[in-house]
Design a binder for this molecule. Structure first.
Ligand code: KIV
Ligand code: ZN
Length: 529
């Protein structure tokens, strides 16, 4: 009798999303608490297994965001990052303790370069510190992850020793960061394979990848890690993160799904939610992705060449390895017009990955009608900029009530602004500048007294057409120079959008100061770890 073998169930890879930690700490990606919560809800709906919500010791704001996410977001584990010291670990626990599934992630650099130049610690001291910290974290939290920072450049014998000691001390996940994006896929896979071969207790922990994209290899390295036995991948939406970024979640997940025949690995990701969350992140941070970005770029499913279009019409699989609907790309982005109703609006908001209350939908509906009166066609991108205003976490301190500018050839550009102050009084002031926008910024500075340097100013058309809204994104750096704040606004009048965006950034500075946030000068995680 021939033996029938039941096929082995494919292994599941855990998706650890670090958009709100490694991603958020990169320049230009900072988000306020309400925005982080919105992203965390989106990540939970996407089906990620672990959300790394932040680095609680870094600032009061980071702590509050992690705590809010832990308290509210269900389904996924919520993780807080900590360096290997008691203060960091206790603070991380304080932030994540009320999560359904809390996790503490401790890290300590292990490579010779970091040991000698940054930490000035011997190998023995590193092991001792890592063990003590994992033990402390494990005494507080049942789920502890340990990362030997710069693992990919660490001497392999020492890496095996540290990993074994961390698991013995109670680490349930060991993460192998390629912190500087230096490894090649073969090398990275060899490190993971060696850990499986030489670390006797490796079976007691999940092995994880954490790859940076300095050489454009983050996705390839993560996948190579999975082939070598890793069962957790650390990644971010749109690949945002330090320097060139982290492995892009959407790329790793779609590679595993599309090439299941090769990897035989699954994830718990609802792939049709990939595009909405990518859009959500872009709209919240203002960090645009390139048009040809894999999976979620605007051109990812566009077929321009005649020969390709012809092939597609005959048989989609000629040129399409994934269907746009599998990753949630809408069939058309022309949404609504002035006759569209509340239900159509609400459905579209949900499809775009946002959760608004009924009251917010009602207010959004009025804004939408006003815009639809100015523009014939309201596109997804138009809606996204309208929705953003409901994601603010604090009532605006300063409110723009009126604006008048004069500009042109042979005139001195001037701006007059009328602004409601936090105490309710309305103040007017005027200024001249190099142009109308400069004049507005100077007038706002005179009224609010908030002095900051303009580091970036970008105007882009939200959609196509002469009647499109112009979106202004700008970045202000406070004079102490250690922190910058973004402001965004859109309007069919770009002068008005510039004024509103500037005031939004000023309000972000005021809200930050009101919370008494003083960010410790930590640099990126790793500095002094
Ligand atoms: O890249 C890195 O090494 C990190 C660690 C904190 C895990 O982000
Ligand atoms: Zn990293």
């Amino acid at each position: 009798m021939s033996e029938t073998k039941t096929p082995k169930a494919p292994d599941r890879v855990l998706i650890f999303d670090t958009t709100l930690r490694d991603g958020e700490q990169s320049p230009g990606a900072s988000m306020n608490i309400a925005e982080k919560l919105e992203v965390a809800r989106g990540l939970a709906a996407l089906g990620v297994d672990i959300i790394e919500a932040g680095f609680p010791i870094a600032s009061v704001g980071d702590f509050e965001a992690v705590r809010a996410i832990a308290a509210e977001v269900a389904g996924a584990s919520v993780c807080g990052l900590a360096r290997c010291n008691d203060r960091d670990i206790d603070r991380a626990w304080e932030a994540v303790q009320y999560a359904q599934k809390p996790r503490i992630h401790v890290f300590l650099a292990t490579s010779a370069i970091h040991r000698e130049h940054k930490l000035r610690m011997s190998k023995d001291q590193i092991i001792e510190r890592a063990v003590a910290s994992v033990r402390r974290a494990a005494s507080l939290c049942p789920d502890v992850e340990f990362s030997p920072e710069d693992a990919a450049r660490t001497e392999i014998d020492f890496l095996c020793e540290v990993v074994a000691a961390a698991i013995d001390a109670g680490a349930t996940t060991v993460n192998i960061p390629d912190t500087v994006g230096y490894a090649t896929p073969d090398q990275y896979a060899a490190v993971i394979r060696t850990l499986f071969a030489r670390v006797p207790n490796i079976g007691r922990a999940v092995v994880s990848t954490h790859c940076h994209d300095d050489l454009g290899l983050a996705t390839a390295n993560s996948l190579a890690g999975c082939e070598a036995g890793a069962r957790q991948v650390e990644c971010t939406i749109n690949g945002i993160g330090e320097r060139a970024g982290n492995a892009a979640l959407e790329e790793v997940v779609m590679a595993l799904k599309t090439r299941f025949d090769h990897y035989h690995l699954t994830t718990g990701i609802k792939t049709e939610r990939l595009y909405p969350i990518s859009r959500l992140l872009t709209s919240l941070t203002g960090l645009a992705i390139q048009r040809n970005k894999a999976i979620v770029g605007r051109n990812a499913f566009a077929h321009e060449a005649g020969i390709h279009q012809d092939g597609m019409l005959k048989e989609r699989s000629t040129y399409e390895i994934m269907r746009p609907e599998d990753v949630g790309v809408p069939r058309t982005d022309l949404v609504l017009g002035k006759h569209s109703g509340r239900h159509a609006l609400k459905d579209r908001v949900v499809e775009l990955g946002h959760n608004l209350t009924d009251e917010q939908i009602e207010a959004l509906f009025l804004d939408f009608k006003t815009l639809a009166d100015k523009k014939k066609e309201v596109y997804d991108d138009d809606l996204v900029v309208l929705i953003e205003k409901y994601l603010e976490d604090a009532p605006a301190h300063w409110v723009l009530l009126g604006l008048h500018t004069t500009a042109g050839l042979s005139v001195i550009p001037t701006a007059t602004v009328s602004i409601r102050r936090p105490d309710g009084e309305t103040v007017q002031d005027a200024a001249i500048g190099d142009g109308p926008v400069d004049a507005i910024f100077k007038a706002v500075e005179r009224v609010t007294g908030v002095r900051a340097n303009l580091r970036e100013f970008v105007v882009r058309s939200v959609t196509q057409g002469k009647d499109a809204q112009g979106e202004v994104t700008l970045e202000l750096e406070v004079e102490s120079g250690d922190r910058s704040f973004r402001g965004r606004a859109a309007s069919t009048d770009i002068i008005e959008a510039s004024a509103q965006a500037y005031l939004n950034a000023v309000n972000a500075i005021a809200a930050h100061e009101a919370r008494g946030h003083v960010r410790e000068v930590l640099g990126r995680p790793g500095a002094g770890a």
